[in-house]
Design a protein around this ligand. Structure first.
Ligand code: GMT
Length: 371
């Protein structure tokens, strides 16, 4: 099949899922065309079956806002005509799903099918906002197939868009052969001092991620035993989070690493991943940590309980329960049998339920069905 992938190329789970899906499909012999304003950050190296088409929009003084959406549609149309795409797979409804619809109208080829994958905030925050609701509902309805990355997101979609039918759930996935437990003494060795426990947080530092909770949880843990916190990613709350570490007197124990293309080694070096999010349709970083055998302490929201089994592969708490999450970390750090059990079960669950080989087949099957 010839598949056009529409996604955000920057750091973020939806772009990662689109990129890893494209790479895996290419390995299986499909021809993949990524169309975006920038090469997706996880798309490195050369593969004869993978193409990247950069969308450039004319910068004209009359445009107060660059009409990227129109340039994207234009690019999809020209690539479609040039290579004869079978499928347009839109990751994150806004604007990709509508762009796919418009492009198909222009190409006027009824055999070109549109698949939309809903990732989370495209429904729960952005799509359901009155400024985008109509266009989101329309593009979902016009898609030949719609998927959601968890049952929780499926339910949210039905709640916010009752007129759009039910999306099919296809979970996010991880390459468990690559994301596997590593040598903790080697990873992050440069930072780890003595018997310090390493806590890790990965996100886009937006308010839904509750990065201040991460700092407060770490503060409590650090009062009980030697520990260090690594903050991976960047976003609006980054600077205030850094200021909070100063106020709490833990600045030298918290490292803001910024965005990283390669997080495997950081994950392998962690003792716990902290994800106290307010909303999370799935939590791809959680799955990648589990695959590396890292226990996760997180909030019981959205799709997270579908990924983590509380008390088996990690610990879940109500949103904002800083005290509980700190206690959870301490339980994992001080009771080695709990830590080993979580680590073993987390890896086992990732391999059994979320390995790319299991999930990629579900997407292939979906493509075959819509075609
Ligand atoms: O809104 C975000 O946090 C970004 C978004 C994305 O584009 O990366 O994340 C969403 O999609 C990911 C991939 O499917 C999920 O793992 C995240 O849970 C989801 N984020 C939220 O629901 C907040």
């Amino acid at each position: 099949m010839k598949i056009g992938m529409l996604c955000y190329p920057t750091h973020g789970g939806s772009g990662v899922v689109a990129t890893e899906l494209g790479k895996s499909l290419a390995e299986k012999g499909h021809e993949i065309h990524f169309i975006s304003y920038q090469k997706p950050f996880r798309l490195q190296g050369y593969h004869p079956q993978i193409f990247f088409h950069e969308v450039g929009a004319l910068d004209y003084p009359l445009f107060q806002h660059n009409p990227y959406v129109l340039a994207l549609v234009n690019k999809i149309v020209s690539i479609s005509r040039e290579v004869g795409l079978d499928i347009l797979h839109a990751h994150y409804a806004i604007p990709h799903s509508l762009c796919a619809y418009l492009a198909r109208q222009i190409v006027a080829n009824i055999t070109l099918k549109v698949v939309t994958t809903l990732h989370g905030t495209d429904i729960t925050l952005v799509g359901s906002d009155s400024s985008f609701r109509e266009i989101t509902a329309f593009s979902i309805n016009q898609s030949d197939a719609v998927t959601a990355v968890s049952h929780s997101l499926k339910e949210e979609t039905v709640k916010f868009f009752p007129e759009c039918g039910e999306p099919q759930v296809i979970y996010n996935f991880v390459d468990t052969a690559l994301y596997k437990p590593g040598d903790k003494n080697r990873c992050l060795l440069h930072y780890r001092k003595g018997k310090e426990k390493i806590l890790l947080h990965i996100s886009n530092f937006r308010s839904v991620k509750r990065v201040f909770d991460v700092i407060k949880i770490f503060y409590k843990v650090h009062q009980e035993l030697p520990a260090r916190l690594f903050m991976v990613g960047d976003g609006p709350d980054r600077d205030e989070a850094s200021m909070l570490t100063e106020e709490l007197g833990i600045k030298d124990k918290v490292h803001f690493l910024g965005n990283h293309d390669e997080i495997l080694e950081v994950l392998q070096g962690a003792d716990v991943l902290l994800m106290p999010s307010e909303k999370e349709s799935f939590g791809l970083a959680i799955l990648e940590a589990m695959s590396c055998g890292v226990p996760v302490v997180a909030s019981r929201v959205g799709g997270i309980p579908e990924v983590i089994n509380h008390g088996e592969t990690g610990l879940l708490y109500p949103v904002g329960d800083v005290e509980g999450m700190a206690e959870g970390c301490l339980e994992i750090f001080t009771r080695s049998e709990v830590c080993h059990r979580f680590s073993y079960q987390a890896r086992k669950r990732a391999v059994a339920m979320f390995d790319s080989s299991v999930i990629i087949e579900q997407y292939e099957e979906l493509y075959r069905t819509v075609l």
